[in-house]
Design a protein around this ligand. Structure first.
Ligand SMILES: Cc1cc2nc3c(=O)[nH]c(=O)nc-3n(C[C@H](O)[C@H](O)[C@H](O)COP(=O)(O)OP(=O)(O)OC[C@H]3O[C@@H](n4cnc5c(N)ncnc54)[C@H](O)[C@@H]3O)c2cc1C
Length: 388
């Protein structure tokens, strides 16, 4: 058993950390205040580090990293800015992954090579959620009917990250009339297709540098060959994509928590109360000790789930546990980082309030905490065999 990162992974982590420290972290406050995507950093990250094609095979222009390297990059991005981390995590994990995993050679060539550069309008998105269906995707109503050699799509989606700047949107929809999970499919919809309407950005609590939109499909016609895999496999494919996505939301949570922890330590050392730095008080020390311990535990869980995935071992419950623990941990850590800052922590002049708002999504997106607990409980109850 070896807990050390390999020299290559350490170099990768240091390179991403340096990039984020220079290009993202110093600008996070102003971009979030303006609710603006950090395009200069996203483009540079695409060109210099291949951050937009991390899971895409080299054959299609990607940087083809393993899951651990991907998780480490997302953690570092989260340390710099949660919103920019989410843009890149959703692009790679939700937008590119379904095509990497289920696309034909022709689909990979056609779609992936267009979205790995980090140009505005060249992101990838995955549209699952609808106004009446989120956790329970069996309720998806958006439908596609095969007319000649085209799918004709009608319906609506909401909360779709990156869709306003996407080249294509992989869409979960119903390709057969019955309301069963076997009637769902994934179809790639290019965003320049007539009849696809993308609404304004949703007004959110945090994550100002990432945008999510409602979408309507009005007689949207795409070629028959835009179907991923076989019709009726959409639910099964989506669950596999989400298993991987949960590792990246766990990693993002660890990165945001780490950033809040560092702010709390620095503040505790310099803030004087009752004649001493507050870091000299045991109540503050215990908060910091708990934060460090929980971040460490979450990081190990995220890395372990990533390792299981890249080793080809079962990882569904490990990813659910990592996402559940890391996202709830990040909420506690950012909450206590504000507590340590006192009144200043509640001010927009200090970054911890933004981090607190950013973490709030992590227990909701890509499966709520309740859904993670359902996944874990199913595994725990189905077998007496050891979990790992
Ligand atoms: C900023 C942001 C970005 C997003 N990006 C995307 C995206 O890119 N693509 C996409 O498709 N979606 C996206 N989403 C949607 C997100 O995945 C959903 O909001 C999430 O899956 C929850 O679905 P819901 O909102 O419909 O809540 P619901 O499913 O209605 O759940 C409401 C509450 O009920 C609980 N609940 C539901 N069922 C059960 C049960 N059986 N047992 C116990 N509790 C239950 C839930 O845990 C939750 O607490 C995004 C959301 C946000 C806020």
């Amino acid at each position: 058993m070896d807990f050390d990162l390999s020299p290559e992974l350490r170099m990768w982590r240091d390179a991403v950390h340096k990039f984020v420290a220079q290009e993202i972290k110093p600008h996070a406050a102003e971009y979030n205040e303006r609710a603006e995507t950090m395009w200069p950093a996203i483009q540079k990250g695409g060109e210099q580090l291949g951050l937009l094609g991390m899971l895409v095979p080299e054959a299609y222009g990607g940087s083809e990293m393993d899951t651990l390297a991907f998780a480490i990059a997302i953690e570092e991005l989260g340390w710099g800015d949660g919103g920019t981390g989410l843009v890149i995590a959703a692009h790679n994990g939700l937008g590119c992954s379904p095509i990497v995993m289920f696309g034909t050679e022709e689909q990979k060539k056609r779609f992936l090579s267009r979205v790995i550069t980090g140009q505005p309008g060249r992101l990838a998105a995955l549209a699952l959620t609808e106004p009446d269906a989120g956790s329970d995707l069996k309720g998806v109503k958006t439908r596609a009917e095969l007319v000649g050699n085209e799918w004709v799509i009608n319906g609506s989606k909401m909360w779709i990250t990156n869709s306003g700047d996407a080249d294509y949107i992989v869409t979960l929809l119903r390709t057969a009339p019955e309301r069963s999970s076997h009637s769902l499919s994934l179809i790639v919809v290019p965003t320049n297709t007539p009849g696809l309407h993308i609404g304004p950005p949703e007004k959110k609590m945090g994550l100002g540098t990432t945008h999510s939109h409602a979408i309507t499909y009005e007689n949207v016609r795409v070629p028959r060959e835009n179907l991923l895999g076989t019709a009726g496999q959409g639910m099964y494919q989506t669950l596999q994509v989400l298993d991987g996505g949960r590792i990246s939301i766990g990693a993002l949570s660890v990165g945001i928590a780490q950033a809040a922890f560092e702010e709390a330590v620095a503040y505790a050392k310099q803030r004087i109360a009752f004649g001493k730095p507050i870091a000299a008080r045991q109540a503050i020390q215990f908060m910091l000790a708990d934060m460090a311990t929980e971040i460490h535990a979450a990081r190990l869980m995220v890395y372990h789930a990533a390792w299981l995935k890249q080793e080809g071992k079962p990882f569904t419950h490990a990813a659910a546990m990592a996402k559940l623990f890391a996202s709830e941990m990040a909420e506690r850590v950012t909450r206590n980082a504000i507590q340590i800052h006192g009144g200043y922590g509640y001010s927009r002049e200090y970054p911890v309030e933004r981090m607190y708002r950013d973490t709030r999504l992590m227990t909701i997106g890509e499966g709520t905490s309740e859904i993670q607990r359902m996944v874990i409980a199913r595994r725990v109850l189905s077998s007496m065999a050891s979990l790992f």
